[in-house]
Design a protein around this ligand. Structure first.
Ligand code: PMV
Length: 348
């Protein structure tokens, strides 16, 4: 029996990929596996109010609010999402939804909210499903939440669980799937549990190239096969790096991933340079600082100009002093966000 109404609230985190997802097949199937750190403070809080509708002819039936105000610019994305997930949650057509959402990170920070936003909404929808099927296991709940989130935005599949998460099938990683993200199943050295991610906002504008366009550029890309092989090889190499806490190998792998992602965009047709001069200034200063001091700090990039500075928690004071002295001047309005590895989504 379907409940007449329900209200569900979840907080879901953002995540930062170490091995990048870039390229997909139909049905949001990734062309290579990816691995990420779940973040802690960058998150979305969503409340979903469900009410059985008398008019099941209209689907999807929803309204969406961001920070309490109607957010019609999200409607198209949410509509597509509902249409994609209906085959997996057919009861959705019986309901009218009100979605109330807020992000912990500032608007127009250039930080995408799609991963945390789609994850939070998917978890709320799974709560409705749980009310209908109360016997489902916790594992099924999490896998299906990630499965639904993936259909909203690929990287959202990695925003359910905490710590290190893998999404995408890899022979050497048991339980890995193209359909949903899993907790990294191998040993992770404690040095990574306290890892910090400081997001340097070099460009707070809207993304120049949407990820939909970006993923599509990998189809027929001259280097696509090598790139997908490289990502798989990096995932193999991560296993001993995570186990032993080998920071030098970690930094080399993560920076190589970021630059390979950008190299793919520079060599696609059409081609793009998504770094800004400030991005390169920051990278050069990180390298110079590392040569000079030997301290563990590295960068990663997503499909934009902002830089994620990754470093162990035990180096926090030293690295944040370096950040203020040498890097903040390259951030737009001097803005950056302090984040760290976090525990995954939680019910509110
Ligand atoms: O989730 P999407 O489709 O917005 O793709 C995100 C792709 C990158 O952020 C560039 C890499 C990643 O794995 O998160």
């Amino acid at each position: 029996d379907l409940p007449d109404a329900g209200t569900f609230s979840w907080k879901a985190p953002s995540n930062i990929a170490l091995v990048k997802y870039w390229g997909k097949l139909a049905g949001q199937i990734p062309t290579n596996p990816s691995v990420s750190f779940t973040l802690d403070t960058s998150a979305t809080r969503t409340t979903l109010i469900c009410e059985k509708t008398m008019d099941p002819g209209e689907f999807p039936h929803f309204s969406i609010y961001l920070d309490g105000a109607p957010a019609p610019h999200f409607s198209e994305k949410i509509r597509t999402f509902f249409e994609r997930i209906l085959p997996y949650q057919p009861f959705l057509s019986e309901y009218a939804f009100e979605i109330r959402t807020e992000n912990t990170f500032p608007h127009s920070s250039g930080i995408a909210s799609s991963a945390s936003g789609m994850a939070a909404l998917s978890l709320c929808l799974m709560d409705l499903e749980l009310k209908i099927y109360p016997d489902m296991s916790t594992e099924f709940f999490h896998h299906k939440a990630s499965f639904l989130a993936r259909l909203g935005s690929g990287s959202a599949a990695r925003s359910i669980k905490g710590g290190v998460v893998q999404w995408g099938e890899h022979d050497a990683v048991p339980g890995s799937s193209n359909l949903y993200g899993i907790s990294y199943p191998f040993e992770v050295h404690p040095v990574f549990e306290s890892f910090q991610d400081t997001i340097l906002l070099v460009d707070k504008g809207k993304k120049e190239v949407s990820s939909t366009v970006g993923h599509a550029l990998m189809q027929g890309h001259p280097f696509a096969k090598s790139r997908f092989d490289q990502a798989r090889k990096h995932i193999d190499q991560l296993r001993p790096v995570f186990r032993e806490g080998d920071l030098n190998a970690f930094m080399a792998l993560v920076e190589s991933e970021a630059l390979s992602l950008h190299a793919m965009m520079m060599s696609s047709n059409p081609y793009f340079i998504l770094m800004k001069p400030g991005t390169l200034e920051i990278i050069e200063r990180i390298w110079e600082y590392r040569r000079r001091t030997g301290h563990a700090v590295c960068f990663t990039l997503d499909a934009g100009a902002n830089v994620h500075l990754l470093y162990p928690g035990e180096n926090k004071e030293t690295i944040q002093a370096f950040l203020k002295e040498e890097l903040v001047s390259f951030c737009q309005d001097g803005h950056y966000l302090l984040d760290r590895v976090g525990p995954g989504a939680s019910r509110l």
